[in-house]
Write a protein that binds this ligand. Structure first.
Ligand SMILES: Cc1ncc(COP(=O)(O)O)c(C=O)c1O
Length: 324
């Protein structure tokens, strides 16, 4: 079976890099932590990882045991900020299934809004905000959207940020796959456009290695304590040893090198897909869809197979099936 369903951007050297960081920690001879420490993570680890993420000025960062946890904390903190009267989330018509499942389990109503090639339609958001039950939170994946792969234009993000500011919307910005975009060409983050209203999230597992199971959530300046309380009560604190090892990888440039290697691998895989299966895309669209008619899409994940040759073989098998 060739896996074209899941996406775990990986390069062969990543696990050795994590093992090296763990070894360096042990060799340094520091005692292992004798207490849980702050729920948001130790200050030194947060600082090193925050620098790797390129936190927007005015934002604070907390660490969690995975990106999914970071997303849940961002949702919970943003909903708390919005207040009970606006406990409703506007999101893209096609969105990350685990976000939908989290919000369904929490009993939070969601509203899927239409998109075009530049991202969510600002007019549709304005209309929803003018309705009888305006959402209090907006959830977006502006850079390397899952599952559509699109990246918002800077103009679209500025328009959406202006609407959020005008209507007192809190924003959850999902950066899970943003590291796969060229940092010099990606649009500014929503957090940099609207630092006082955005909760960001990242998956260090995807950026570095799944073995870390580490995530990060950023908050507006005065909201870190709210996120920390969500982390404490839900038991989502990042493992401090893993956080310290990741901080070493962030500080010595290894994490940035792994991310660059993953970007290069992603570019090579996209070229391969264009060559081998120009008109295909796979994995049912239904779990990603929030609104509108059933879309004639599949999701084809290029990051699931660990080896590029196996991806090529999978695409070779797929192409004739789709042709005919
Ligand atoms: C868009 C998006 N957000 C968040 C996550 C959660 O990240 P993690 O795998 O670190 O839990 C994922 C994982 O697939 C994702 O695709």
């Amino acid at each position: 079976m060739h896996d074209l369903w899941v996406n775990y951007p990986a390069v062969p050297e990543q696990e050795a890099a994590v093992a090296g960081a763990l070894r360096a920690l042990l060799e340094r001879g520091d005692p292992l932590p004798a207490e849980y420490g702050p729920p948001e993570g130790a200050g030194a680890a947060r600082q090193a990882i925050g620098a790797l993420l390129g936190l927007a000025p005015g934002q604070a960062v907390a660490l969690t045991c995975g990106g999914q946890s970071a997303l849940g904390v961002a949702f919970a903190a943003a909903l708390a900020a919005a207040g009970p009267g606006r406990r409703r989330i506007a999101m893209e018509a096609h969105s990350f299934p685990m976000a939908r499942h989290f919000l369904a389990l929490e009993g939070v109503p969601t509203l899927g809004l239409p998109m075009d090639a530049e991202g969510m339609d600002p007019a549709a958001l304005e209309q929803a905000l003018g309705g009888p039950e305006p959402p209090g939170v907006l959830y977006l994946m502006p850079v390397v959207h899952n599952p559509l792969g699109l990246t918002y234009s800077a103009a679209r993000l500025e328009a959406l940020a202006a609407i959020a500011a005008r209507h007192g919307l809190w924003v959850v910005e999902d950066e899970a796959y943003a590291f796969l975009a060229d940092p010099a060409r990606r649009p500014p983050s929503l957090a940099s456009l609207l630092p006082e209203r955005v909760f960001g999230m990242w998956s260090l597992s995807k950026m570095v290695s799944l073995s870390l199971r580490l995530g990060a959530v950023s908050t507006p300046a005065g909201r870190l304590a709210d996120a920390a309380e969500q982390i404490r009560i839900r038991g989502l604190t990042a493992n401090p040893v893993i956080a310290a090892a990741t901080a070493l990888l962030a500080g010595d440039g290894t994490a940035a090198r792994l991310m660059a290697a993953k970007r290069a691998e992603g570019a090579a895989r996209r070229a391969l897909a264009r060559a081998r299966a120009a008109e295909v895309s796979l994995a049912p669209a239904t779990p990603f869809r929030l609104a509108g008619d059933e879309a004639p899409f599949f999701r084809l994940s290029l990051g699931g197979e660990a080896e590029r040759d196996r991806l090529a073989a999978g695409l070779r098998r797929l192409a004739p099936l789709l042709r005919g």
